[in-house]
Ligand binder design. Structure first.
Ligand code: NAD
Length: 352
């Protein structure tokens, strides 16, 4: 399995986005956010997405070098239009606005519509937490036919719709960040690429029968679906993401009248708040620490806090051993880089 260090991967991927029209800083932003997802162990949201992003940019579905524009709301409540720019740039800009607004007014609430894929949502919660802010994000994803079946349903009708909540805490924040599908659809692709099965309880075939075969989604046959995580509870959260992230923001939900041929379109509803405006900050920090210590003491070697698995993986993958990429992901990346005219030396240098 190829292993590539984060800086080498960022250099290559950045050059690829510049080749489809992104400015140097934009290309670097997209590349470093995608590689950050790999570093944190979410290969589903890492560089395996690059060929798809590039194809969408080439097809005119993404507008490079586009910043979000404020199209509604007043004061601390805003509606943003992402102009179908790269989500990594649009999402960071809107998060910056929410941080500044929370600092000035105590809180911010926003809807973001018409942005290309926002990637790993935890990155925005980390950005907020680094500024001392609590953040909540509800996201819907419209990308082709819905892939997540409702609880009790037979076929895909919603996106993988992530929910993410971040809480600043010393020395590291709590970052709860997950798809409301049983697993992220990108993880089904990672399993398909690697020729592996997915755990039971995740997939159904087009006939509604349980399956562990990722070909149910990525094979040539009739398409099955992912189930929601946590049965009726995850299904409910996925539906709320459609409502808040899709309907409320004006971006559109996965119902059939919404066009679903616009690449990977995310809608995001976000709430941010400065804990210092609601609570006595030292008291809040003490209480958060106390409950976390209490929870962890249940089985100190086993219990982790949300965000901790990602930090552990990051520590492993940041070293000289680098990031392991499966052969299909690396192959697709190299083929796309060659097609874009990247020098072979640059591609091979990534592997060195
Ligand atoms: P996951 O199932 O790996 O869950 C991750 C969350 O669970 C993290 O908060 C992690 O810290 C926590 N966690 C994991 N193991 C833990 C443990 N033992 N103890 C305590 N906490 C633990 O994540 P996922 O559902 O596969 O989602 C992966 C990524 O995909 C997320 O970053 C999400 O934002 C992203 N995503 C994005 C979109 C989009 O449209 N942009 C859609 C779906 C998912």
């Amino acid at each position: 399995m190829p292993r590539i260090t984060a800086p080498a991967l960022i250099t290559l991927v950045s050059a690829m986005f510049e080749a489809v029209g992104s400015s140097g800083p934009e290309a670097a932003r997209i590349a470093s956010d995608l590689v950050e997802a790999n570093l944190r162990g979410h290969d589903s949201h890492g560089v395996q997405l690059v060929p798809r992003y590039i194809e969408n940019a080439e097809a005119g579905l993404i507008n490079p070098n586009t910043q979000p524009s404020r199209v509604g709301g007043e004061g601390a409540m805003a509606v943003w239009d992402g102009g179908m720019g790269f989500g990594q740039v649009v999402g960071r800009a809107v998060t910056d606005w929410a941080i500044e607004t929370s600092r000035a007014q105590g809180m911010a609430m926003f809807g973001l519509r018409r942005t290309h894929h926002l990637g790993r949502i935890g990155g925005y919660a980390e950005q907020a937490a680094a500024a001392g802010m609590i953040s909540l994000f509800f996201v819907n994803a419209v990308s082709g036919r819905g892939v997540v079946a409702p609880f009790g349903g037979m076929d895909g009708r919603m996106g993988t719709n992530p929910v993410c909540i971040g809480v600043p805490m010393a020395p590291e924040p709590i970052i709860l960040d997950f798809a409301t599908s049983a697993i992220a659809v990108g993880k089904v692709k990672v399993a398909f690429n690697a020729g592996k099965q997915v755990p039971p309880g995740v997939l159904i075939t087009h006939l509604g029968e349980a399956s562990t075969d990722p070909a149910v989604i990525y094979g040539q046959g009739p398409r099955g679906a992912l189930g929601p995580f946590g049965g009726h509870k995850g299904y409910g959260l996925a539906l709320i993401c459609e409502i808040l992230g899709g309907a409320l923001t004006g971006g559109g939900t996965n119902q059939p009248q919404t066009p679903n041929d616009r690449g990977i379109v995310n809608g995001m509803f976000g709430i941010m708040l400065d804990p210092a405006r609601m609570a006595d900050l030292p008291g809040f920090a003490h209480e958060v620490q106390a409950i976390c210590d209490h929870v962890r003491a249940s089985a100190p070697d086993n219990v982790l806090l949300p965000g901790e698995p990602e930090r552990r993986t990051r520590a492993q993958r940041s070293g000289s051993d680098g990031i392991p990429l499966d052969e299909v992901t690396w192959g697709d990346l190299a083929v796309t880089a060659t097609r874009l005219g990247m020098p072979e030396a640059l591609i091979q240098a990534a592997l060195a």
